[in-house]
Design a protein around this ligand. Structure first.
Ligand code: CA
Length: 222
């Protein structure tokens, strides 16, 4: 695995490089958002700071998401709710607030890259549930033939629920499949992605809350 570290602070960058390399993985560092946009293709996972000298990290994230599904973790000092929500809605797979324990960072990197691999292996067909149609290979979803533009995580969440249509998928199962660990992942991230997904689908009642348990898409929704 090759990790791209986008970080303008030299000592932080050195610590991150050392941490990733200590696991036997490759890591390179760039200090500017524009360099991340130029070089992202060579990497399997991206760690993205938000406070960058040439452009805001959220803008880097949005531009990256137009061209790549590569896992992206935001690693930033910004811990306000609005930034977290914006980051996740803009397509980040995870959001970590500095200072972060290196052990936790490595676990999160492992989780998002494992999730991407698993989903690539499992995704090999087309699914239809009521008005919803999903093409898993191409990662495209339609509602009543309208293409729905989803973030990587929203798509994974929808695909997981649709594959289990008719039965409940527990919150723990969702956290485990999407983030790789039912206990490590943040529940708040799931709520943000679910809210985004529902508003894009515009299918009221399609994803049913099963209180205290999880979520279900009806197999034959009206
Ligand atoms: Ca910075």
């Amino acid at each position: 695995m090759d990790a791209l570290i986008v970080e303008d602070d030299d000592s932080m960058a050195a610590a991150l490089l050392a941490a990733v390399r200590s696991t036997g993985q490759n890591a390179q560092r760039v200090a500017r958002g524009s360099d991340a946009l130029l070089r992202h293709r060579d990497f399997d996972v991206i760690l993205l700071d938000l406070g960058l000298p040439d452009m805001d990290g959220l803008e880097v994230l949005r531009k990256l998401r137009q061209v790549t599904q590569c896992p992206i973790l935001i690693l930033t000092a910004r811990d306000d709710e609005r930034s977290v929500v914006l980051g996740l809605r803009s397509g980040a797979d995870d959001y970590l607030v500095k200072p972060v324990k290196l052990v936790e960072l490595l676990a999160r990197i492992e989780a998002v890259t494992r999730r991407t691999r698993l989903l690539e292996e499992r995704n090999s067909s087309r699914l239809t549930v009521g008005e919803l149609e999903i093409e898993l290979d191409r990662r495209v979803a339609w509602v009543a033939e309208r293409e729905v533009s989803l973030t990587a995580t929203e798509f994974d969440l929808l695909a997981l629920l649709a594959k289990s249509a008719g039965s409940v998928v527990t919150r723990e199962q969702i956290l485990d499949v999407l983030w790789g660990d039912a206990f490590l992942a943040s529940s708040r991230s799931l709520d943000v992605h679910l809210t985004g997904l529902r508003s894009k689908l515009q299918l009221p009642g399609f994803i049913v809350n099963v209180r205290g348990v999880g979520y279900r898409i009806e197999a034959d929704p009206r």
